[in-house]
Ligand binder design. Structure first.
Ligand SMILES: [Zn+2]
Length: 208
């Protein structure tokens, strides 16, 4: 069985979305310093690295990460590759037959940005028309390969509103460098954080 881990490692080399808490692992107790065990505290944003956005991210009354349906986050998934260097619009998605799909991961040049510890605001996001296209074609889970599905600082965050408002779950921060376009089985298991707008997730793909 071949599993592809598409989760980015949580370490200090991980780029952080502007104004979010950077990841750090703080030693609270260390054997080397006389402690009887090693114990650490993790500091991070709910949107650190590979993570899932809950509707609560943009809707105060929306469900938090604890109530995301796992049936949607596990199962047959299509990976598509898009070469757009700006935003992923409806016309970029038009050529893909998504009629059999409810889960789509979009591989772009973004995946190469994980090699850099610095946040790159020129990553490729999904435009409003792209997000609406996905919703209209019955997509329930959309995954992207950088820290936001949104084009950087796009006023009104139309992609988040279109997707989360329709109940489509967003997975952000995937590393798809080693993934070829095609059909996989995905296992995306976000931490069960009650009331949270986002939660880090381990995401793996199994070639089907
Ligand atoms: Zn997020």
């Amino acid at each position: 069985m071949k599993l592809i881990d598409v989760t980015v490692p949580l370490d200090t080399q991980l780029p952080t979305y502007p104004n979010n808490t950077p990841f750090s692992l703080e030693p609270i107790q260390r054997i080397a310093s006389g402690g009887h065990s090693n114990v650490s505290t993790l500091h991070m944003s709910a949107h650190t690295g590979t993570h899932v956005d809950a509707p609560r991210h943009f809707f105060d009354e929306g469900p938090g990460t604890e109530s995301l349906p796992l049936e949607l986050l596990v199962g047959r998934t299509r990976v598509i590759e898009i070469s757009s260097r700006t935003g992923i619009a409806a016309e970029d998605l038009d050529g893909f037959d998504l009629s059999e799909d409810i889960r789509v991961l979009i591989k772009t040049r973004n995946s190469q940005l994980w090699a850099s510890p610095v946040f790159h605001p020129d990553y490729v996001g999904v435009t409003e028309s792209g997000a609406k296209h996905l919703v209209e074609h019955g997509i329930k889970v959309v995954g992207v390969d950088y820290l936001s599905v949104e084009v950087f600082k796009n006023p009104g965050a139309p992609a988040h509103h279109a997707l989360l408002g329709a109940g489509t779950i967003v997975i952000e921060g995937l590393d798809l460098r080693d993934v070829d376009p095609g059909i996989y089985e995905m296992f995306c298991l976000p931490l069960r954080v009650v009331g949270s707008d986002g939660a880090p997730a381990r995401v793996v793909l199994r070639q089907s």
